[in-house]
Design a protein around this ligand. Sequence first.
Ligand code: NAP
Length: 210
Amino acid sequence: MSRTRVHNLSISLDGFATGEPQSAEAPFGHAGERLHQWMFATRFWAEGGTAGIDDAFAVRHSDGIGAEIMGANKFGPPGWPDDPDWKGWWGPNPPFHTPTFVLTHHPRPPIEMDGGTTFHFLDATPDEALATAAEAAGGRDVRIGGGATVVRDFVTAGLVDHLHLVQVPIVLGRGVRVWDGLEGLEETYAVEAVSSPSGVTHLTFDKRAS
Ligand SMILES: NC(=O)c1ccc[n+]([C@@H]2O[C@H](COP(=O)([O-])OP(=O)(O)OC[C@H]3O[C@@H](n4cnc5c(N)ncnc54)[C@H](OP(=O)(O)O)[C@@H]3O)[C@@H](O)[C@H]2O)c1
């Protein structure tokens, strides 16, 4: 049975997965790159990086994944739907290597990239998008790649089986928060926390059998 997973979603102590305002120059707004410093230090990200707790969590991002779903604001800065040549932030060989479904109210034809990534653009409910992505994943799992809005929507819809968040010890004060509307989440998920010597805390939420 295909599972739906979130990995490496980095949040501030106050629950923001991005700062503001998002722009082409500052994709994470005033957060800059502070939410992901823990990941940049790992072997998962760069040769010669660390091989400890952070790396052990980070590498799970790709294991057994057959498709990704992401939000329009992860795919590009505000206004990208007006640019017919926009193909995402990641260059010719994006790090997804699977069919990748961009949820947007401005769909366009698919874009085939190098390395196995094809971007598909969907205006669909979370249930419909997941059904489409699961079929494309061919029995493997579907990753919900963010940002905060899309992760929150899929969790709210009861569609996420495994949620891995990385709490970074910074306070952003503003941006887009993951937790809004998710009161009582711990009742439907088994929650574990692992502290890393790097200063971040890995939080995992695994859906309880109903
Ligand atoms: N902290 C992390 O680990 C992490 C991970 C990934 C991304 N990010 C960052 O998070 C930010 C993006 O997050 P976000 O919360 O602003 O936005 P998002 O979740 O990426 O995208 C939300 C947008 O997607 C479109 N959308 C969502 N659901 C839809 C549906 N069912 N049907 C059609 N369109 C739908 C809508 O855009 P339209 O109406 O405009 O089409 C909506 O405004 C970026 O800064 C990104 O870099 C952070």
